[in-house]
Design a protein around this ligand. Structure first.
Ligand SMILES: [Zn+2]
Length: 384
């Protein structure tokens, strides 16, 4: 069951192969778990050759437990409810005022969790864990490592506040880490072994997935590409440094750059839409953003040698308007071998990536929820 939770639907043969049990033992155990309602069967898709009977996939049921993913941004909240069989059951999002406070964030998420539980028609007591994505550098225990970057509502201990309010264990992670996890498992990085995901929205961050696991560094802040210096004489950044990527490519910077030619534009989606309509100023700003990101990513390519770079966040929706100049910069500044082995693509999951990654945190990093009472309850039920 732990394997099905972490990997998602598997065939009997795959299951037996990984745990090293005979076909007969696997079949007997699966039959028992099916009888008791923990495991269900689903028709798989035919193999590459398209011949033969498609294999039957095994997956956990709603009875095995529910996972909730929460993505809290500077001005939005998104909640995804899934069951441990890797199937999304319901999803809700809302826009918030950018000046919202901790109490507003708690109220909003509690309301959204109530909505998705009702929409899916499930029992809230089945929630085994909640993954919470936040837009700031975090240490491994989920506390912000910066006093200046996170929004006001993150100043306290968000994991504890949400766990108390929602009555389930909560594990917090940086939003870009979660976007990376989701694109690696369910999106544009499914075949990738070494993935770099860039989330460019209000700020710019990156998540690294190496061999299927998020790489967080020694204290949790790995991947903060937004605070890579691209102009030593540039404007001072909220991190205290000068000329960071964030100062050039963050939402406010992009909108400020078209304030003279397009004073009516107040969001990145509007800017992208204007560029698609042929506006030269907006097209130029997006191309410049690609160049800036490319300079920073060239260093990442040389150091990490990824096979896939995925651009997500609001800016990801610009696709080739950003990616063409980004690739050009990589060719100019990174080693040829590092460039040729990395495919640079737009994210597939869009603005859902971070919340889906928060669900995957519950599914694939179950050990982080293991010490909690809710998980222990399911474990005890399973053991019987
Ligand atoms: Zn900075």
């Amino acid at each position: 069951m732990a394997l099905l939770r972490a990997r998602g639907p598997l065939t009997r043969a795959e299951l037996g192969g990984v745990i090293g049990l005979s076909r007969a033992t696997v079949s007997a155990t699966v039959a028992q778990l099916k009888d008791e309602g923990w495991v269900d069967e689903q028709a798989g898709t035919a193999g590459v050759a398209g011949r033969g009977r498609p294999p039957t996939l095994l997956l956990l049921t709603k009875k095995a437990g529910l996972a909730v993913g929460v993505d809290l941004g500077h001005s939005h909240a998104r909640v995804v409810l899934a069951h441990l069989g890797h199937e999304v059951l319901a999803e809700q999002a809302l826009q918030m005022d950018a000046t919202w406070r901790a109490a507003d964030a708690l109220d909003a998420v509690e309301g959204l969790v109530g909505d998705v539980v009702a929409a899916a028609g499930v029992d809230r007591a089945g929630i085994v864990g909640i993954g919470l994505g936040l837009p700031a550098p975090l240490d491994t225990s989920g506390h912000s490592t910066s006093t200046t970057i996170p929004p006001d509502w993150m100043r306290e201990d968000p994991a504890r506040a949400f766990a108390e309010r929602l009555g389930a264990p909560v594990v917090v992670d940086n939003d870009a880490n979660l976007g990376a996890l989701a694109e690696a498992r369910w999106g544009a990085g499914r075949q990738s072994k070494t993935l770099v995901y860039v989330k460019a929205s209000t700020g710019v961050g990156a998540g690294l997935v190496l061999g299927g696991r998020v790489f967080r560094g020694s204290t949790g802040t790995a991947g903060e590409i937004g605070h890579f210096t691209v102009d030593e004489d540039g404007l001072v950044c909220r991190c205290g440094s000068r000329g960071c990527v964030d100062v050039h490519v963050g939402r406010r910077a992009l909108i400020a750059q078209v304030a003279h030619s397009q004073p009516g534009i107040s969001s990145v989606p509007e800017l992208i839409a204007a560029a698609r309509d042929g506006d030269l100023a907006c097209t130029r700003v997006l191309a410049d953003a690609g160049e800036t990101l490319g300079v920073a990513l060239a260093a990442v390519l040389n150091i990490l040698n990824p096979d896939r770079v995925v651009l997500g966040g609001e800016l990801g929706a610009a696709g080739e308007l950003v990616l063409a100049s980004l690739r050009e910069r990589l060719r100019r500044h990174a080693l040829a071998s590092a460039v040729s082995s990395a495919t640079v693509v737009q994210g597939q999951l869009g603005e859902r990536a971070e919340a889906l990654g928060a669900v995957l945190l519950v599914l694939t990093e179950a050990e982080r929820f293991a010490s909690t009472s809710a998980t222990a309850r399911v474990g005890a039920r399973t053991a019987r």
